[in-house]
Each structure stands twice: as C-alpha cells, then as structure tokens.
Design a binder for this molecule. Structure first.
Ligand SMILES: [Cu+2]
Length: 126
C-alpha cells in the first residue's frame, strides 16, 4: 500500500467506527436510581425519541418514570407500555409520571401510540 491508500483506508475505518458508535453506542443503558420515596426513578426526555431509551430497573420495586415531553410533534403524544397495559397521554412541555411495579424480569419495549418511537425497559433480578 502506498500512503494515499493508507489514508483512504484509515478514513474508511474511522467512518465505520463513527457509524457503529452512532447507531449502537448512542443507545446506552441508564439505571433508574432509587429515590427517597423508595421508587426507582428516572426522567425520560421525549424529543425525536426517548432519552434515555434503554432503562434498567430491578424487579419487585416500584418504578417511577417521569416523561418530559419537549416537543409538540403528534408522534410522541402518547406512550405505551404494552406489557404493563399502560397507555398515557403526554402533554407537551410537561412532565407525566408513570408508576408501576415490574414483577417479572425481562426486556419490555415501550413505544409511542403509533409504534414509531421505541424504548426498552430492562427488568433485572436480584
Ligand atoms: Cu409516533
């Protein structure tokens, strides 16, 4: 390889690394912290998706998810936790709290009302 080929190869590798980071690295897991109330609490910002979009909690303890909807886009008007039979409207620029206690471990998706935005609740055992 001459130096021009090396430069092109390096640029290609850097681009691949960026793409991998962008699509996979950005989905980082965030653990909900137990607040004074004893609930596992976390704030999720709703804007072009859910941030964070992968939330880790423990089984058997109340979970309190504070959804702050930072947009008026109709897409995110509702959030649905199908496995927990919860569907809730999220008023724009307000915080809507959803509380429940997960009794089973596993991965449970949550979506907008149109099933376009996706997040995941991971319930771990002891
Ligand atoms: Cu939607």
């Amino acid at each position: 390889m001459d130096s021009a080929e090396i430069v092109v190869t390096m640029a290609g590798l850097a681009l691949i690394a960026f793409v991998l980071w962008y699509f996979f690295g950005a989905r980082k897991r965030v653990a909900a912290l137990v607040s004074e109330s004893g609930a596992q609490e976390i704030t999720v910002t709703v804007k072009d998706g859910y941030n964070p979009d992968v939330i880790v909690v423990k089984r058997g303890l109340p979970v309190r998810l504070n959804f702050y909807r930072d947009e008026t886009s109709a897409c995110s008007e509702q959030v649905v936790f199908g496995d927990f039979r919860i569907a809730r409207n999220l008023p724009a620029f307000k915080t809507t709290t959803i509380e429940f206690t997960p009794e089973k471990t596993g991965e449970f998706g949550f979506t907008c009302g149109m099933n376009m935005l996706h997040g995941k609740l991971i319930v771990e055992g002891d």
